[in-house]
Design a binder for this molecule. Sequence first.
Ligand code: NDP
Ligand code: GDR
Length: 377
Amino acid sequence: MADQQDQVPIFHPITADHGDINEYRKRKVALITGITGQDGSYLTELLLGKGYEVHGIIRRSSSFNTNRLQHLYADQHERPNKMKLHHGDLSDSTNLVYILAQVRPTEVYNLGAQSHVKVSFEMSEYTGDVDGLGTLRLLDAIRTVGLEKYVRFYQASTSELYGKVVETPQSETTPFYPRSPYGVAKLYAYWITVNYREAYGMYACNGILFNHESPRRGRTFVTRKISRAVAEIKLGKQACLYLGNLDAKRDWGHAADYVEGMWRMLQQEQPEDFVLATGETHPVREFVEKSFGCVGIKVKWEGSGVQEVGKDVETGKVIVRVDPKYFRPAEVELLHGNPAKAEKKLGWKRKVDFDSLVKEMTEADLQGAGNLVEDRN
Ligand code: NDP
Ligand code: GDR
């Protein structure tokens, strides 16, 4: 990306009069927090493809943090395009107000978050501030600039709200029982979104999304950690993959499918909350087996608990070990979603199945392997 600084912000005065709502909404202008993340990049592609002008909030960083948007970026001096980036942060209310007044979006997607569950135990206050209060700040900023009736708001809620198993499969009516500072912060965000919908008549939706992955997934989430390690082990660049809880089960889909569901939630007559999930659940262990299977390595498990190892059947070498440092103080053991409401009302259905997801991620890492950054989480 040539220069993130080349869009000098022009801070318009705050105005409460945005004119005729139908005229306003004829424009297709999206504002995305978390645009540099996995979902932000897929959503930007989707919206640009639908003719939207897409504005994204990026954090100032001393290092390059726009890799996932690189292919969409154009220097605004040379080739102005419909993606524009603004420096900001969910912890900075004034900045959010300025950006909203300047952009005057028709849709706001709040994807920005400290999104790592294990890290949230280490950075609990920060996670609460950004993931919980950050959502409140954004909703209040929308009100402050008088856009609460003009904007449609998407909140990135999560299956982590379900936490401890109360019932399965989990649906919009399953009670919440979060098991991490991340889950608790997202619970606040969920309810403040519902509250602003009911209190101020805002079009605000929660997408309760189960895990979704892709080759763009952050490298410390388990699926990407596995697919990268499998590629490195296959290429002889890494000896062993160290993981935590192999028995946790997740409902894993593909991020590209899920951003389509986000958009659909904002195109309904009435705002509602929706679960997006595949309806299948698989243990971490199975992801490991299938990913190794993609590169022709068969894994045999031996031992139990923290002594358990995975061996390459052909060579007898240990290629997977358990390291308790990856265990969480409280674990979410089982996530299994019921997407029936989204399928019925939104006409949404996941396209990519589990095996195809594992294959796509593993093959992508095999092609791009060699660019290792140490996994810490
Ligand atoms: P990522 O971790 O890939 O991206 C998170 C984004 O949030 C990044 O752009 C990050 O910026 C940004 N961000 C972090 N802190 C702040 C802050 N203080 N102010 C503004 N932006 C910030 O997450 P995903 O794309 O996977 O997920 C998107 C959203 O959906 C998140 O809210 C996540 O919690 C939620 N979610 C994700 C699911 C999944 O399976 N992927 C499932 C359910 C919910 P930077 O690049 O600078 O770090
Ligand atoms: P999760 O995703 O916590 O579900 O949150 P993650 O991939 O981090 O963990 C999934 C499961 O795998 C187990 N696990 C490990 N996890 C990591 N990261 N590293 C390991 O080495 C490891 N070994 C085993 C975990 O214990 C867990 O049970 C993701 C995030 O995207 C959230 O933002 C989002 O809200 C939820 O998905 C839905």
